[in-house]
Design a binder for this molecule. Structure first.
Ligand code: GLA
Ligand code: ZN
Length: 676
């Protein structure tokens, strides 16, 4: 069961409330506007606000001189209106005075240029001065506001994910490498620095992999080390503030909001320092619902299935897309329930009131420049706010339940995309999505797992492109198959160790025995080029990569149809212990994966909760043994769900439902079983 945080003055708030609200910037508004906002928030059903994310200078206009009177007033007002708040530390945007006095707080970019004051997120993660001032600010905030009754938790900084290449980072990186490898000889050996004479004779010679030395494209192992180091630096930066906040208010959650750009930081490691996962959901226009669903599932996986917070979504258009589409009628609601169905305990938004100017002046908001509640978006948000009031007791902290898992690994992601070859089309996350989507299409719940996760409760494990394979992971996967599990792996599995050194005993390395094959060579197909897979039943197309494999016990189930390797196996199964290990030597078209997942799910007796027609997403959450199903129609032509004979209550409409239910585009049902 998800750990639920006790509030200092209101223990039931986080425990039973679906959080609805989001980023508010009262530092940008006058008193009259803020007063009006309170009334509008009440009207919309808002219960939580996040602030003051970017107000460092207003809080500390001169080094060491703090101004809290304005914030005191706002917090009084917010509490008088019965709202709760996540108090943000303003650490994402240091003040101009700090830049002038201490230019070293600014990051040096990958091109070697020291930034100056201007935008946000331009600070060096390892700057002592930055960390000192951020910690002092956290102390002030914790001391002054830690006992406020509306305080629901601490939002540290904002969307970490930038790197720095300055002298301070260089020195710390050298120390980090020394700590990891012990001696310069060991480092030279492990990172194979003899290649292109990168050999170091002392840790003083260590460089950061930037555009000045091109190591950021030419030395994948050093790049990987730097990505790990930047994750550690970010973790330290977070903890520099979090430890202070935690000490002051041990009962409250302390966390940051992860960006929807997931790649720069190893979120599986960042998650360890978070009391709860928070993330910002900004789907690209045109990205399928399955991709957003997958990202929610990834977030749920970061803390082994615990519920999480969606901290930001846009109530309407963004400003930073090339073309900023309006959210279509019903779309905000559709996205909100998708998150809630997949493990979120909140539906929060950036932003509450649209900025009057600045780079985000055209970004949508609950309250637009019109200042009116008589807008389409305000009405839609108000409807949602009204609906969510009733749902808290059913879903907050609720779990999900799955027998199918996907192993996702940031380090493999980095290492694969750092590599020169085999194909520049390689997009790790898109590959993971490719293998996730067939399960999503069948409404089969999937857990995202880490290489170190316990696999014992799963029947099926997917292993897309697990390029780096630690011996413990290989061992765990082997046991999983021996004990009756079904494992499905792809090309680019088991190539390298944790320092990106390729195995010398043929891929898939430590899993060679489990899959009963080895990979002799891999052909990269040109964009648009295809090959074919011939199985006993039919022919499918495939693209991207074609491994030429050599069987050592695996049974071939599909064969290439084209090229000089036509007739050779490209899809195999190996019976190993009581289980089965499938290997995909090439990337199949979707119908192949739909057929394969259908077959494997039925062999494992895993069925979707309901049968549906059209693009209808069904997800399930369980709280205190009670199941709640979220049914969302993403199909523009509508769809249906078959509830058969049992009677369900739709918690949104209060209606009793049974049999086949027709759904219009963007319709949502939240179902519970009717008792009696
Ligand atoms: C991010 C940031 C916010 C804001 C929004 C705009 O997620 O965290 O401060 O800039 O994007 O979409
Ligand atoms: Zn730096």
């Amino acid at each position: 069961m998800t750990q639920l945080y006790l509030m200092n003055n209101d223990s039931l708030f986080l425990k039973n409330t679906v959080l609805f609200g989001g980023d508010y910037n009262p530092d940008q508004w006058d008193r009259e506007t803020i007063q009006k906002d309170m009334a509008l928030f009440r009207e919309a059903g808002i219960n939580i606000l996040t602030f003051p994310v970017f107000a460092w200078t207003k809080l500390e206009p001169v080094e060491g001189r703090y101004c809290f009177a304005w914030l005191d007033e706002i917090i009084d007002l917010i509490e008088d209106n019965d709202f709760h708040f996540f108090l943000a530390t303003p650490a994402a945007a240091p003040p101009a005075w700090m830049s002038l006095q201490y230019p070293e707080v600014h990051l040096v970019d990958v091109q070697g240029r020291r930034k100056v004051h201007g935008s946000r997120t331009l600070f060096c993660l390892n700057s002592e001065k930055y960390r000192e001032r951020a910690a002092l600010m956290a102390e002030q905030l914790a001391g002054r506001y830690g006992k406020r009754k509306g305080l629901a938790g601490w939002h540290v900084a904002n969307e970490y994910g930038h790197y720095c290449y300055c002298g301070t980072c260089r020195t710390k990186f050298a120390g980090w490498l020394k700590n990891r490898y012990g001696s310069i000889d060991a480092l030279n050996r492990r990172l194979n620095t003899a290649f292109w004479n990168r050999t170091y004779t002392s840790f003083d010679e260590i460089m950061v992999p930037s555009e000045l030395n091109d190591d950021n494209v030419c030395d994948p192992a050093v790049m990987l080390a730097y990505q790990r180091f930047m994750t550690d630096s970010t973790l330290e930066c977070f903890q520099n503030e979090a430890r202070i906040l935690k000490k002051a208010t041990p009962e409250l959650p302390v966390f940051t909001n992860f960006s929807s750009n997931l790649k720069p930081l190893d979120l599986s490691r960042m998650a360890e320092a978070m009391d709860v996962i928070g993330w910002d959901n900004y789907p690209d226009p045109g990205s399928p619902p399955s991709f957003t669903a997958m990202t929610h599932d990834i977030m749920r996986g970061l803390k082994d299935g615990r519920s999480f917070y969606v901290m930001e979504q846009s109530p309407n258009q963004q400003n930073w897309q090339p073309y900023n589409k309006l959210k279509r009628p019903g779309e905000v609601r559709e996205l909100a329930y998708q998150g809630l169905g997949r493990g979120a305990d909140s539906s929060m938004y950036f932003q509450m009131r649209q900025s009057v100017s600045g780079v985000e002046k055209f970004h949508g908001a609950l309250i637009s420049h019109s200042g009116s509640s008589d807008t389409r978006i305000f009405r839609e948000m108000k409807q949602l706010g009204g609906e969510l009031k009733n749902l808290g007791k059913y879903i907050v902290g609720a779990e999900t339940c799955s027998e199918t898992g996907i192993i996702m690994d940031w380090e493999s992601w980095w290492a694969l995309e750092n590599s020169s070859g085999p194909s520049e089309s390689l997009d790790y996350l898109a590959e993971v999505h490719k293998y996730y989507a067939p399960l999503y299409r069948r409404n089969i719940p999937v857990d995202f797992l880490k290489p170190g996760s316990d696999l014992s409760k799963y029947k099926i494990i997917l292993l897309p492109l697990l390029y780096m394979l630690a011996p413990e992971t290989a061992e765990r996967l082997e046991r999983f198959v021996e004990n009756g599990g079904t494992l499905i792996a792809t090309y680019l599995t088991g190539y390298a160790d944790e320092d990106d050194r390729c195995v010398y005993e043929a891929y898939p390395g430590l899993l060679r025995k489990v899959f009963g094959l080895w990979v002799e060579e891999t052909d990269a197909l040109l964009p648009g080029e295809k090959n074919t897979i011939h199985t006993a039943k039919r022919e499918y197309s495939c693209d991207f990569l074609c491994d030429r494999i050599r069987l050592e016990g695996a049974e071939p189930l599909g064969f290439y149809g084209e090229d000089f390797y036509a007739g050779e196996p490209c899809f195999t199964v190996n019976h190993y212990g009581r289980g089965k290990a499938y290997y995909l030597a090439t990337r199949p078209e979707d119908p192949f994966l739909d057929d394969l997942s259908g077959q494997i799910l039925s062999e494992n007796k895993i069925r979707p909760p309901f049968s549906t027609e059209g693009e209808v997403e069904v997800s399930e959450r369980i709280r205190n043994g009670e199941q709640i199903w979220f049914v969302i129609c993403h199909d523009r032509d509508g769809g249906s769900i078959d509830l058969s004979a049992a009677v369900y209550e739709d918690l949104l409409s209060g209606k009793k439902l049974q049999g086949t239910i027709r759904l219009a585009a963007r319709d949502v049902l939240v179902l519970r079983t009717c008792i009696g």
